[in-house]
Design a protein around this ligand. Structure first.
Ligand code: SAM
Length: 233
């Protein structure tokens, strides 16, 4: 995907991207791809594919939710997807990128500092970070991190009541929703909305599942990760 198509496809969806944001997104991509040569950050190495499947996909988040001024936590941010892309396109959103891998977190920290982004990065497992950060965020995002029933146990404790988890998924999410029925009840949350779109060049489907927290999360969640994995809700 080239710059012209990128901006055109965002415009079609009502997402603004000015010249300096566009240049910064490309700069970010080059920085990820250059760093990939030293240590592995992302699997996709080809520029045009990277733009569509990593940057455009992350930018689609801004299609239908009010981000301005919110506090957003990105669980399992990796090299910064969607967190760095959201921070560049929505500078008034305060973004925290959370990942358990130190080299990825350091990579985001350095990039954010050098480019004065309104974001920070934390190295911790979500279930540990939740202990000190309950009911703190209005939005939580997660792209390619865990199945839905596991993800909502990690995310819900950190959301304020009324806050929303946006789970970014590829095709086949319907099965995950069925599996997560029990977890929705126990964790006091429900699906608010599902936004589906197609990547313009590869035609791959992307789904954004909006899950709203409707009541306080019982204190016993999240459980230690071993337990979450062995006995998902
Ligand atoms: N979201 C990024 C993306 O779309 O490119 C990274 C996806 S990568 C497949 C999953 C990331 O989640 C890894 O960087 C991993 O370290 C992180 N992760 C997995 N479980 C986690 C947990 N419980 N707490 C924090 N990070 C976690």
């Amino acid at each position: 995907m080239n710059k012209i198509n990128f901006v055109k496809e965002l415009e079609k969806r009502g997402i603004d991207c000015n010249e300096s944001q566009l240049n910064l997104l490309w700069n970010f991509m080059h920085h990820v791809l250059d760093t990939n040569e030293k240590f592995n950050l992302t699997a996709i190495k080809d520029e045009e594919t990277f733009v569509e499947k990593m940057i455009f996909d992350s930018a689609l988040l801004l299609n239908n939710h009010e981000f301005e001024g919110s506090d957003l936590l990105d669980i399992g941010a990796g090299a910064g997807f969607p967190s760095v892309v959201v921070s560049i396109l929505s500078p008034n959103t305060h973004v925290v990128a959370l990942d358990s891998t130190a080299k990825k977190v350091n990579f985001i920290k350095e990039y954010a500092k050098r480019n004065n982004l309104n974001m920070s990065a934390v190295c911790a497992r979500a279930e540990d970070y939740a202990e000190q950060n309950r009911e703190k965020y209005t939005l939580v995002t997660a792209r390619a991190v865990a199945s839905l029933r596991i993800l909502i146990e990690l995310a819900m404790p950190m959301l304020k009541v009324g806050g929303v988890l946006i789970a970014m998924k590829g095709p086949g999410f319907e099965e995950e929703i069925i599996e997560a029925e029990g977890a929705f009840k126990k964790l006091k949350c429900k699906i608010d909305y599902i936004y589906e779109d197609q990547l313009p060049e590869s035609q791959e489907t992307r789904s954004f599942i909006y899950i709203k927290k409707v009541g306080e999360t019982p204190k016993k969640y999240p459980r230690p990760f071993g337990e979450i994995k062995a006995r998902p809700l």
